[in-house]
Ligand binder design. Structure first.
Ligand code: BTN
Length: 261
């Protein structure tokens, strides 16, 4: 990834003001945390790597991260936000991703809490990790993986169990995507939404996310630690928690889990 080429497309104010680009790392989230520990990364710092040797997803899953094809990015946010509301930053990243994909004429959808799908197949995921002290949020590291130029044969060969459920932007567009440009567009979008958060707070991000997500008033099923809870989404509160009205009439509050289709 060419840092100068990324900078050519950047118009962000805070996100990406400090920028670190690597050829290969274990995980960009870990590199960013090390930079924070060494006092080298402040609010808005971004780490990008061409490849990752131990890229990870949520719930201890592996995030395959071959070189030369995709985007692996971690961004640092140091907001004034409570622990309860911190998942709103996953929402912020999801909204930014959906907006960038739409600029390519691709209609992406959000699968709560952190997957971005196109046509039911996963194209991107967000891994939010927190630094806390005394029960308060010090910082959030938002790790984003986007399948940009991942070829179909790689998906078939290397991602057997999830190959049917995975896609990339180049597969959808039928042409190679400029990774540096996409990276800058994503940073610009993260920066805009971060500005929105700073001006108007978490409520504005949740409201925007609810609209993009589109499941308010609709029935969904969520796997909560092995228990599948189904119900109509009655509301999403300012913390980003879901409230599902089950067919028995109970209102179930869901803080964490995975949407199941
Ligand atoms: C998921 O869908 O489970 C989240 C995937 C997140 C992958 C990204 S790639 C950049 C950053 N570094 C990592 O090790 N993971 C995240």
């Amino acid at each position: 990834m060419e840092i100068s080429e990324i900078k050519n497309h950047l118009s962000a104010e805070i996100v990406g003001e400090k920028f670190f680009v690597y050829d290969e790392v274990g995980s960009t989230n870990d590199v960013l945390r090390e930079l924070i520990g060494d006092g080298l990364a402040a609010d808005g710092a971004v780490v990008v790597s061409d490849s990752q040797t131990v890229g990870r997803g949520r719930l201890g899953r592996k995030w395959l991260s071959p070189g030369g094809v995709n985007l692996y990015l971690s961004a640092l946010f140091c907001p004034e936000v409570s622990l309860r509301k911190s998942s709103v930053f996953t929402f912020l990243a999801s909204c930014a991703l959906v907006e960038v994909f739409s600029g390519y004429g691709v209609e992406a959808t959000i699968k709560w809490p952190n997957d971005i799908l196109v046509g039911g197949k996963k194209i991107s995921g967000v891994l939010t990790e927190l630094g806390t002290s005394d029960g308060a949020v010090d910082y959030l590291v938002i790790g984003i993986g986007v399948n940009l130029n991942l070829p179909e044969e790689f998906i078939r060969r290397e991602m057997e169990d999830i190959s049917e459920k995975t896609t990339s932007l180049s597969i959808l567009l039928g042409e190679e995507v400029n990774r540096e440009k996409f990276c800058a567009e994503l940073i610009n979008a993260l920066d805009r939404f971060y500005g929105e958060f700073r001006r108007r707070g978490t409520g504005a991000i949740v409201d925007m996310w609810i609209e993009v997500w589109g499941f308010l008033g609709k029935e969904i099923s969520v796997d909560v630690s092995g228990e599948v809870v189904s119900g109509v989404v009655e509301r999403v509160d300012a913390n980003g928690f879901l409230y599902l009205r089950t067919d028995k009439g109970d209102l179930r509050k869901v803080i964490a889990g995975d949407t199941v289709f």
